[in-house]
Design a protein around this ligand. Structure first.
Ligand SMILES: [Zn+2]
Ligand SMILES: [Zn+2]
Length: 400
């Protein structure tokens, strides 16, 4: 090797800013950006100008697709490196864009969205113990729906503020890292309402007593960011497609007895139980108000405790089998519920573009992937499958 070649590789770029805090392990970009602004005692607007970045918006600074997309904003990477010495790889590690966007396309709400359902973009779940730290760094993982607990402190994350009863969200000043930025409604920040400012580090600690949820969280988040050996891109897309369908079914139509008693913490069981009660009451109540509450309830992305319940229920339903089998089991479990018909039709009316019914029928009628040594499949008709009559309401006319 030529003398100096190694030097050139390791030499850090020249910094323009004097004080640049190092990104902490797992830290998300907006958190680091606001720590930088805090060290410089300046606002997000001035900081963005000094760094040569486009103006701060929560979506832009959390997802970061405009920072790495060469056609719209590739300059941002270079400007940042010149101003702070931050390498492109370190920047990419702090953004959501590389995590799961190739395998999950559909958003949580019933409209076209840039963000896949697996992301929490402008709202996030936080660990109160992690926020006691003076730097109060937010993690990339807090923006992922399957992250429901802090593995370091072994407590469940909080996605909602108990004071203003709104999702914990990212603000435009650095205060959001330590204090609630609410109130926040289903359509975004409630403009004009009194600011909540509850200290996030003081949120109640809910201990994780049963390890299964931490394992599930680990498995799912690594499926999003890294490839499981032997699994190609198509397999990964198929896995997440089925997982999304099942996750939606459990949140919108699941019952607490789907939760495995041996691996579910009591807090999670109760949270899901209360949620199901409320959801069914508003779904079965006539009138406009009930419909508005039901729509609000279903349009929020599930918080960490509800997500934990859904993950545990899916784990129980698919125990030792595939996700397609879990969907069949789910349909059978709901079969004898006297209210199922009404709940199904409320659910399908509410979210027509997700085509839940058609997808369930496709899965129920689908055959496992054909391998060379398996015999040819017998012809099967949809009537041969053991589908609950309520599920057929979802299928729409003309399909059967
Ligand atoms: Zn923590
Ligand atoms: Zn609040």
């Amino acid at each position: 090797m030529r003398p100096g070649a190694a030097d050139a590789q390791v030499r850090a770029p020249i910094r323009r800013l004097a004080m640049v805090p190092e990104p902490l392990p797992g830290e998300v970009f907006h958190s680091w950006f606001f720590r930088l602004a805090e060290h410089h005692r300046t606002s997000a607007t001035v900081m963005a100008e000094q760094l040569g970045l486009p103006p701060f918006t929560v979506h832009r600074y959390t997802i970061g697709d405009e920072f790495v997309d060469l056609t719209t904003g590739g300059y941002a990477v270079e400007n940042l490196r010149d101003a702070t010495g931050l390498r492109a790889q370190a920047l990419a590690a702090m953004l959501l864009a590389p995590v799961g966007s190739r395998v999950v396309k559909v958003g949580w709400k019933d409209r076209t969205e840039r963000a896949p359902w697996i992301w929490r973009t402008d709202t996030a779940s936080v660990c109160p113990r992690c926020l006691v730290d003076p730097e109060a760094a937010w993690q990339v993982s807090w923006h992922l729906l399957p992250t429901v607990a802090c593995p370091k402190h072994r407590i469940y994350l909080h996605g909602w503020c108990p004071d203003c009863r709104s999702p914990i969200s990212i603000g435009t000043t650095t205060a959001y890292r330590r204090q609630c930025n609410g109130p926040f409604g289903p359509k975004g920040r409630i403009v004009g309402a009194k600011a909540c400012r509850r200290p996030l580090a003081q949120l109640r600690e809910i201990p994780v007593r049963r390890d299964r949820i931490l394992q599930l969280q680990q498995e799912l988040t690594s499926r999003l960011s890294a490839q499981v050996p032997g699994e190609d891109l198509q397999d990964r897309k198929e896995f997440w497609n089925l997982y999304e369908l099942l996750f939606r079914l459990v949140i919108c139509l699941g019952t607490p007895d789907m939760l495995p008693l041996a691996t579910t913490d009591a807090e999670i069981w109760w949270a899901f139980h209360e949620f199901c009660e409320l959801r069914d009451v508003v779904a079965l109540t006539a009138g406009r108000n009930a419909k508005v509450i039901h729509d609000d309830l279903a349009s929020f992305q599930p918080g960490p405790r509800l997500s934990a319940a859904a993950m545990l229920a899916i784990d129980e339903l698919s125990h030792g089998r595939g996700l397609a089998d879990a969907i069949r089991t789910f349909m059978n479990l709901r079969r004898y519920d006297e209210w199922a018909d009404i709940l199904w039709s409320v659910f399908s009316d509410m979210r027509p573009t997700f085509a839940i019914g058609q997808r369930i029928l496709q899965i129920a009628g689908s055959k496992p992937r054909r391998s060379y040594d398996s015999p040819p499949y017998a012809k099967e008709r949809l009537e041969d499958f053991d589908l609950p009559p309520a599920a057929l309401l979802l299928a729409g006319e003309g399909l059967l």
